[in-house]
Design a protein around this ligand. Structure first.
Ligand code: PMV
Length: 333
């Protein structure tokens, strides 16, 4: 019997995914672009067995509602590939488990990579990305390390909506993302429900789609030539657009707290008053992700530590490809 140990990293979008053209297949309205982060590591162990149901353990948390999307993912895998066995899944996030830190992305990426290996499905990376996407949209990006482009695709069945690696982890060794963790609370509105509501109710949504499409080739070029200012400006502009869409959603989606705004204002002030090269992005949660280059990271960390309510600060480089290790033995769930 084979047991698989997988290490994946969450992927931070610089050009965001927010809203779907197909809700069931999780097909996005936009192509998105992001970087895999060393600080947001998930390790997952997976094997198949003959027990009656999937056995799931997440960070030692056995709250059954968190298991529903995972069971659904494996039901989909069983139907699609004609697999009869159940699975044992143990997944651990090596960062403060907190809302909006994309743990579902790294988690489902690991499950897609893992099930391909355990069941010897022989899928290509493109097909694994498509499979990961069926668990959580942004997981399509997390099956790779480095800097990744997730193609929106055109096909109705979603086979062309997958992530493509663009630059490897060593492409830009000075690039840093500093994460200000601002809460340990679960977010009130899931990104899935929030994005659907934004697409349906925000009048700003179509404009953001257009601008996001224009920004994409520019940010790819900025990373290619390692132009930090252009990359940061484009990433921050895409975030402000997504943020405005969220706030304009009816009812309004306010994922941020006073602490988030204190961090955002501090970073903007540092840029405007001290000329520090630093930019902001956030996702569907209150944590703030600060882009900078390695020489400025200590100063930014120091400034963030002075803000009351910042619970912890995580510094990230661009992460390598996921790793997959095999272990053979007789495993009893
Ligand atoms: O994959 P989901 O449904 O959790 O959506 C993630 C959406 C954002 O994090 C807000 C943006 C992104 O592209 O990662």
């Amino acid at each position: 019997m084979k047991k698989i140990h997988i290490t994946t990293h969450a992927n931070l979008a610089l050009i965001k995914y927010w809203g779907k053209r197909d809700e069931a297949l999780l097909l996005p309205c936009t192509s998105s672009f992001g970087i895999s982060l060393t600080a947001l590591k998930t390790t997952t162990t997976l094997y198949s067995h003959a027990a009656d149901e999937d056995l799931i353990q997440l960070d030692g948390n056995n709250n059954a509602s968190l298991h529903i999307p995972i069971r659904k993912f494996f039901d989909g895998v069983r139907t699609r590939f004609g697999i009869n066995t159940k699975f044992s899944i143990l997944s651990k996030n090596h960062f403060p488990t907190a809302s909006g830190l994309a743990s579902s992305a790294s988690g489902f990426a690991a499950l897609a990579l893992g099930v391909n290996s355990v069941c010897e499905l022989g899928l290509s990376m493109q097909e694994i990305s498509v499979l990961a996407r069926t668990g959580s949209g942004s997981a399509a990006r997390s099956i790779h390390g480095g800097v990744v482009l997730w193609h929106k695709g055109q096909a109705l069945d979603g086979h062309d909506s997958f992530a493509q690696p663009m630059f490897n982890a060593s492409w830009w060794p000075e690039l840093r993302v500093i994460i200000a963790v601002t809460t340990t609370q679960e977010k009130k509105i899931s990104s899935r429900a929030g994005a659907t509501a934004s697409k349906e109710t925000s009048s700003l949504y179509p404009g953001w789609l257009e601008r996001s499409k224009e920004r994409l080739p520019k940010i790819i070029e900025a990373v290619r030539v390692r132009n930090f200012h252009t990359m940061g400006q484009l990433a921050e502009a895409d975030w402000t657009d997504m943020r405005d869409v969220m706030l304009d959603t009816k009812p309004s989606l306010n994922y941020w707290t006073e602490v988030s705004w204190a961090v955002i204002n501090k970073i903007i002030a540092l840029r405007e008053q001290s000329g520090l090269a630093t930019y902001i992005t956030t996702d569907a949660g209150p944590h703030v992700k600060v882009l900078c280059l390695a020489p400025d990271a200590p100063r930014i960390q120091e400034e963030l530590r002075t803000i009351p309510g910042v619970l912890s600060i995580l510094e990230s480089c661009v992460a390598d490809e996921p790793t997959i290790e095999e272990e053979y033995g007789n495993f009893i769930p």
